[in-house]
Write a protein that binds this ligand. Structure first.
Ligand code: NAP
Length: 285
């Protein structure tokens, strides 16, 4: 069935693959980005695939831009079926090294951005008794990792936010919630993280430096090593399976590596449905 899908963060990486694959699947796609002057990558990918997408401005840190975009899509299409919260940004610094401004920015883009977009569409989905919010989290939304405590905290927040809504909004109003938990994605993400580090003082010469060097040095080996990183197309294909499903998972990893890495947290309930039942039974039966 053809759906109207609004996707955030489509100037690069996974957002581009999501937009192209959603269009290839026959959906009406609103591929959004905060800065329309960065649309060339998307335009090229769309042209190469021979598909059409609508491109619109949306900054997840700006509620007015979100409201304007949602209004634009509903005015044009009459409704929205799926929101894909894809926009996000990494951050590598220890708590001691991170400024409060940096921490607020990481939380704002990765968590509040998801809340803002979801809040903008939930009334519409509730009225229609249908809708699907898909949020791109990370294995870092389940497993804390070195120098990633702020980013992981934002992704953990996203996971709790989505899980809580799945416990009562899904059974009451027929709105599905899915968190997608990729491992590494070959995209601009890592380069943007290092750019952000450089722009905020570089790698600091303190007691954390040898640990950070081990982490950053290892990252190159991990990227070259094979199974941690997926292409954006591979991850997008998993997201598209969730979008196509009549009974989508509440959570899903996107690779065997991600499944194994998170297994201590997810083995008993890989798709989150048992936990959802337990919470409903505990609080709403
Ligand atoms: P990417 O290539 O850096 O793309 C991130 C996208 O988010 C860009 O389009 C970026 O736009 C956008 N964005 C950032 N701030 C925004 C804002 N305020 N408003 C709207 N858009 C904004 O990285 P990616 O790998 O495709 O990341 C996609 C998602 O996957 C993110 O949620 C990320 O946390 C998650 N993820 C990534 C990895 C990985 O290893 N790459 C692993 C697990 C999960 P600009 O071009 O304007 O900055």
């Amino acid at each position: 069935m053809s759906k109207v899908i609004l996707i955030t963060g489509c100037s690069s990486g996974l957002g581009v693959s999501l937009a192209v694959q959603a269009a290839q699947a026959g959906h009406t796609v609103y591929a959004t980005m905060r800065n329309l002057s960065k649309r060339a990558v998307l335009d090229d990918a769309v042209a190469a695939a021979g598909v059409t997408v609508h491109v619109a401005q949306l900054d997840v840190q700006d509620s007015a831009s979100i409201a304007a975009c949602v209004d634009q899509v509903i005015a044009a299409e009459g409704h929205v079926d799926v929101l894909i919260n894809n926009a996000g940004a990494g951050f590598v610094r220890s708590t001691e090294q991170a400024s409060e401004e940096d921490i607020n920015w990481v939380m704002d883009v990765n968590f509040m951005g998801v809340v803002r977009c979801t809040k903008a569409l939930i009334p519409h989905f509730r009225e229609r008794r249908a809708g699907h919010v898909v949020t791109i989290s990370s294995v870092g939304g389940l497993v804390g990792q070195p120098f990633n405590e702020i980013y992981c905290a934002a992704k953990f927040a996203v996971e709790g936010y989505m899980e809580a809504m799945a416990s009562y909004i899904s059974p009451s109003f027929g709105i599905n919630f899915t968190v997608v938990e990729p491992g590494g994605i070959a995209s601009e993400f890592a380069a943007n993280v290092m750019k952000q580090v450089e722009e905020t003082g570089g790698m600091l010469d303190d007691e954390y430096l040898p640990i950070l060097q081990k982490y950053v040095g290892g990252a190159q080996d991990r990227a070259a090593g094979g199974d941690i990183y997926q292409t954006a197309d591979e991850v997008a294909a998993v997201v598209m399976d969730c979008v196509a499903s009549d009974d989508p998972p509440i959570r899903t990893r996107t690779s065997k590596w991600g499944e194994a890495f998170c297994a201590l947290k997810t083995d008993l309930d890989p798709d989150g449905k048992k936990l959802q039942s337990q919470v409903v039974d505990t609080f709403l039966s």
